[in-house]
Design a protein around this ligand. Structure first.
Ligand SMILES: [Zn+2]
Length: 251
């Protein structure tokens, strides 16, 4: 009960803020001041030190992955994990720290769905990402299972991708992938448990739409990469030509 009370008021505050922001969407996602770009000059400076906008290629990803596995190997001696990376590149906007981390947690777990405008505009206003979009055929958000989406009320990756779709020509499809298994929250699990938890959790619904296509898979937070790697695996098996993981913040 003690935990419930502050949580309830925080949810209520976010709900009121959600309604307000949908009526007046042109305000800074951080401080709430009116701003056409969804972020004011002052807050732009506040997030500056977490900005990366970095593209990491497969060789580096593979190298880091092997290190993670070797560390884990020594700890647990468990050989049942997949030691392959199935996506080709990774692009991330921010480091998962400070104000960015707080904003993402608020967006994901406290019902602050209005922050979709802020994050979508961070992506839309970045030149590098816009250049990357031109090289790909389709963008797919990481899906959520039905029950979780009902409980949260929204899929945070889908909201952002839908705004990107309205503003850019890139083909967005939220019907290619389906999450078919309820999984535990990944943040509480270790490297191996994350892989095991997410295994066989997704399904490609429409193979013909991704065959020979260059795909951007969009997710909010990247830690071990278990989720996006599992999805990349089934997308590649279904015939996808190339996969770029687009992430808001990386650990
Ligand atoms: Zn601001």
């Amino acid at each position: 009960m003690l935990e419930f009370v502050p949580n309830f008021f925080m949810q209520l505050k976010n709900e009121i803020e959600n309604i307000f922001r949908y009526v007046f969407p042109n305000i800074c996602g951080i401080c709430g001041k009116i701003n056409e770009n969804y972020i004011c000059e002052k807050c732009k400076k506040r997030i500056k030190k977490f900005e990366k906008y970095e593209l990491i290629d497969k060789e580096i990803l593979n190298f880091n992955y092997k290190i993670k596995i070797s560390v884990f190997d020594k700890e647990k001696d468990n050989k049942n994990y997949d030691d392959k990376i199935y996506f080709d590149n990774l692009f991330y906007c921010f480091e998962y720290k400070g104000i960015i981390r707080n904003l993402l947690l608020k967006y994901k777990f406290s019902g602050a769905s209005y922050l979709c405008y802020f994050f979508a505009n961070v992506i839309l206003n970045n030149k590098k990402i816009n250049e990357i979009f031109k090289l790909y055929d389709i963008i797919i958000p990481v899906p959520m299972d039905k029950n979780k989406k009902l409980r949260r009320g929204y899929n945070q990756t889908e909201l952002i991708v839908n705004i990107i779709n309205k503003n850019l020509g890139i083909n967005v499809n939220t019907n290619i992938l389906k999450k078919i298994k309820s999984t535990k929250t990944q943040s509480k699990l270790n490297f191996y448990e994350r892989q095991k938890n997410i295994k066989n959790a997704f399904l490609v619904k429409n193979k013909s739409l991704i065959e020979n296509k260059k795909i951007i898979l969009f997710d909010d937070i990247y830690t071990t990469g278990a989720t996006v790697n599992e999805i990349s695996k089934i997308l590649k098996f279904a015939g996808a030509k190339e996969i770029l993981i687009l992430i808001i913040a990386k650990n």
